[in-house]
Design a protein around this ligand. Sequence first.
Ligand code: MLT
Length: 327
Amino acid sequence: MKRLLVLAAAVTGLWANAQGYPGSKPIAIVVPFAAGGPTDRVARDLAVALRKTLPGGHFVIENVNGAGGTIGATKVAKANPDGHTLLLWHIGMASTVSLYRKLQFKPLDDFEYLGIVNDVPMTLIGKPQLPATNYRDFENYIRANGGKLNIAHAGLGSASHLCGLMWQSAVNAKEAMTTIPFGGTAPAMTALVAGQVDVMCDQTTNTTAQIESGRVKAFAVTTAGRLASPPLLKDYPSLQEVGLKGFSLTIWHGLYAPKGTPAPVLRQLNEALKRALKNPELIRKQEALGALVVTDQRMEPAGHKAFVAAEIAKFKPLIEAAGKFAD
Ligand code: MLT
């Protein structure tokens, strides 16, 4: 079916219409998680900037959650390659290929790479009732009680799932915590704040406000070193600082189109993305939540694709080592 769509586009001259792109049809940015979470936040902030840099571009956000983001990613991989269905996804593009035996798409073959958008740190957080006020107490509590506690995430292959696996593996918890999957870390955060789940590892774009308000407890950040922004998060140690040698996890988000999208359309989208990433308002919004808009060669399609290929190779052994903590 997909090949027919690409053929039809070529035969019927849709490619010629690339000059008329984007036209009046909305451009859907598929977010493969529930609304209100960190991926959704990046997509909505980016869409505001893209509406200014792609004249006539009517960007809408479409949340398609489930299975750690792979349902939404599959929808885009199989979509009509006319430039009106895009995907905003994070490290899942590189991690899920090592976590799912039957993935419905090939990360490096079924997408056109439009550029990386940002880098986002993660924070290890707990429900307010958790009996720990610093990382050391937190780790000791989990080591002793892990088997009786649960950790929330956004589905197999989500950033929150991967972080939980890597962290439990690094602390060598006696027993794995029970993992509780949600359609995204927005609903997971609601459950954590309500004390219905015990622990989560999530992106600062979703956790900063909750930490600031005291609705959750924070214990550490997942980047190699401490964060410089926002000021609130400077006080939390990195996991390396508290003894987890070599632990470093930063989430990146990339923008994709289905394979076979016409080259002139891809060029227009990549140019619009690069201009959007220079938008001072987008940069400010992201930095206030601990995220950094990219300024390096990953903004280019070739740099984006090479980076994802390297991340696939990097995550494979990490996932295999941590896999024993997966349910
Ligand atoms: C993740 O855990 O992969 C994301 O934070 C989920 C989300 O964006 O909701």
